[in-house]
Structures are given as C-alpha cells and as structure tokens.
Design a protein. Structure first.
Length: 394
C-alpha cells in the first residue's frame, strides 16, 4: 500500500505505512451499513465492575500524572499474574513497565533496542505495527514465512534469518494475529535455540494469551536461557474486552525494562491512571473468570468457521485469538483478497480484511487468496454475516 507519492512531506521511512486497511474497511462498513468483521474489537463491553472502578477513580480525583512506570497496583498485579499463570518471578518495581497498550510497548521496545540497520526477525504474516515500528527505529524486518494449514515455518529459514550479522532481536507473536496460531513448545524451543545461538534478544507479543481454545499458551520467557533475554508484552484490551482502554505492559529483566522505559518516557511519559487501576483489579480475577471469555469465543469460532465452511471457503480454524483466516479461491477464483474485500460490503454488506496486508508489500502474491474474519461479535451478528455472505456470488 505505498501511496507515498500522495504524501510528499512524510519521512521516507514511513511512506509505506500511510493508509491502514482497517481505516479503509471501517469507512466502507459505515458507508454501506455492513456487518464489520474487519477490525478486531468486541461488540459487547467487558466486565461492568472494571468500568465502575475506572469511573469511581475518575470521580475520586485519580486524574493527575501517575508514575511513569505505571501505578504500583498494576505493576504488582502484572508480577502476580506472571507468577500465577507461568511461574515467572518479576520484581514489580524494576521488571514491569506499564505502557499505552501493547502498541506503545512494541514501539518503545524497538526504539530502545535497535540501532539503525539492525534486523528484526519476525514471522510473516505479521501484525501490521511491527514493520512500521521497526522502520521508525531505523531497523529492517527479516521475515520468516508461516505456511497454512497449520502455519508452520521452515526451521532453516528461521536459522538463516537469526544468523545474519545485523540480526538484533526476534519479535514473536503468540497466540498469533492474523492466523490464530498458538506456537507449540517445540517451535518455541527452536526460536529460543536461535536466540541463544546468535545472542539475540527476544520480544514477545502475548496480547491474546487468554484467548486460547486449543493447546496452551507458553511464554517464550519460560524456556531455558530465555528469562534474561526476553521482553514479554501484553495488555488488558483483549483479555477484558476493553480494547479502547489501551493499557499494556512489558516485563523482563531490569536492564531490558529500563531500556524500554527510557524510550517510553519520551513517547507518552505515562498511561491513564484510572484505567490502570481497573486493569490491575481485572488481572486479579480468579483464573476461571479470566478463561471465561475464551469459552465464549470458542463457541463463536464454531459459528463463524462452520458458516464459512458451509459456504465453500477453505477455513484455517484458529487455535486462539478472535480471528479466522480463509482461503477464498474456491469461492472467488479470480479475485485477489483485496478486490474481494473491497467488493464485499457493496455486494452483500459484510466487511473482512485481506490478509495480504499482513505480508511484505514487496511480495504482491503473498496472501493473495487469504481473508481474515473477526468473530468477537454477538452471535446474532455472526449469523447475520453468514446469511449475507450466502447471497454473495462472484
Ligand atoms: C498482535 C497484536 N498486538 C498488539 C495489538 C495492540 O494491542 P493494544 O490495543 O493493547 O495496543 C493488537 C491489537 O489488535 C494485536 O492484534
């Protein structure tokens, strides 16, 4: 999506990242009154008791700058959560940093750790902020392809990327957007082995850690030799269905967290105090309650994936997250995913995202037949989407 010519004042390193497909598709959704299965946000609110804590904090004057590293309650809650769920011990004062969503954590981490020209090893397809943030840091993405149906990678390709002289860090997203893959322990061990062998740092994006249906989420930081070289990123948006709150965090060894903190203080300095308090409370929910959302989403996965499969799409059933990827070739043999998605709202009132946007723009064939659908919507909305899609004919 290089429309850099339309933005002559924009710095060159950002020109490939001007328009996001999510904005385009959401505008189309509004203009055509479509069911929006494009952007990944739930259409119901998270727990009312968390909203009430935030509202109460605002009413009671919790409205000035909180500490730059985050309020102690949230830093403690993150440390307690990491210990309870994964057995990771963290000092809440030096090894946890609160950020404005995982998005800021990713940006601050790459800005803090990369020198210009460094390479960031990441799997493709990848969440769209990674390449943009790498670019802002002057770094270069080094992509390792995931292959359907199970989104596996070629270990030699990973090893070759990690062995390159400028490789600085591995950026790993598990559970993975857009594919819904949960990296297996064996795959994580391969990733860890490459980090150890080539002295790479690791940065993990685990925002979907609690939206897992099949398998178990294992943080890379728990693997042998990884605790000291890994920064783990997560946020409350997906776990608590408050994606607009943008409360995230990064945890890891004190020197790594201190480096990210140096960058974060000049990006946003701090994150909204009342929302931090509410998320701290949420992280203390009993595990069953935290896992409850995944159970609800698992049923929605069946609803959407079953419906799409009946309509003839090849569905790559996700093990986690709230996205399903389909191959559209059988349904729309001549259309690219982008053209399919641009035409869909007008033709039957449904919005989805072409997965090609999660691939390197320099490889126009990549992801050409793949479309991502979000299923974090009310059941009636998902059923409506399937009914509308049934009326579509290429
Ligand atoms: C893989 C991944 N990382 C990070 C984010 C952003 O998280 P946050 O809203 O906490 O900034 C998203 C949101 O969609 C995501 O899918």
């Amino acid at each position: 999506m290089d429309d850099g010519d339309a933005h002559p004042v924009l710095a060159e390193r950002l020109r490939p990242f001007t328009t996001t497909i999510f904005a385009t598709m959401s505008e189309l959704a509004t203009a055509t009154n479509s069911v929006n299965l494009g952007q990944g946000f739930p259409d119901t609110d998270g727990p009312a008791e968390l909203a009430e804590i935030a509202a109460e904090a605002i009413r009671h004057g919790d409205n000035q700058y909180p500490p730059s590293a985050g309020i102690p309650e949230l830093r403690r809650a993150v440390a307690t959560h990491q210990r309870a769920w994964y057995g990771l011990d963290l000092d809440p004062d030096t090894e946890v940093l609160v950020t404005v969503g995982a998005t800021e954590a990713i940006a601050a981490t790459l800005l803090a750790l990369c020198e210009p020209g460094d390479e960031v090893v990441m799997f493709e397809p990848s969440y769209d902020s990674y390449a943009a943030c790498a670019s802002m840091a002057g770094a270069v993405p080094r992509l390792v392809r995931l292959h359907p149906p199970d989104w596996t990678f070629d270990p030699n390709e990973l090893a070759a990327a990690a062995a390159r002289p400028r490789a600085r860090l591995l950026l790993l997203n598990t559970p993975h957007n857009p594919t819904g893959k949960v990296f297996t322990v064996d795959e994580l061990e391969q990733a860890a082995a490459n980090c150890r062998a080539h002295d790479l740092l690791a940065v993990t994006d685990e925002v979907y850690e609690h939206l897992v249906f099949d398998g178990a989420h294992v943080p890379l930081a728990t693997l042998p030799g990884m605790r000291g070289r890994t920064l783990t990123i997560s946020s409350g948006g997906k776990t608590f269905s408050f994606t607009g709150w943008k409360v995230g965090w990064v945890s890891g060894s004190a020197p790594l967290v201190a480096a990210v903190r140096a960058a974060k203080q000049f990006l946003t300095y701090t994150s909204p105090a009342p929302l931090q308090l509410a998320v701290a409370h949420g992280l203390g929910f009993p595990p069953k309650r935290i896992a409850g959302l995944a159970a609800e989403l698992a049923a929605k996965r069946e609803l959407l994936c079953g419906g799409l499969a009946r309509l003839g799409y090849t569905v790559y059933r996700p093990s986690a997250t709230y996205f399903a990827t389909t191959d559209i070739s059988a349904v729309a043999p001549v259309l690219s995913a982008l053209d399919f998605c641009l035409g869909l709202p007008g033709r039957c009132g449904v919005v989805a995202v072409p997965s090609s946007v999660f691939y390197d723009p320099a490889d126009p064939g990549a992801g050409r037949n793949l479309v991502r659908w979000a299923f974090c919507k009310r059941d009636a909305v998902l059923r409506d989407a399937i009914t509308r899609l049934a009326s579509w004919a290429p």
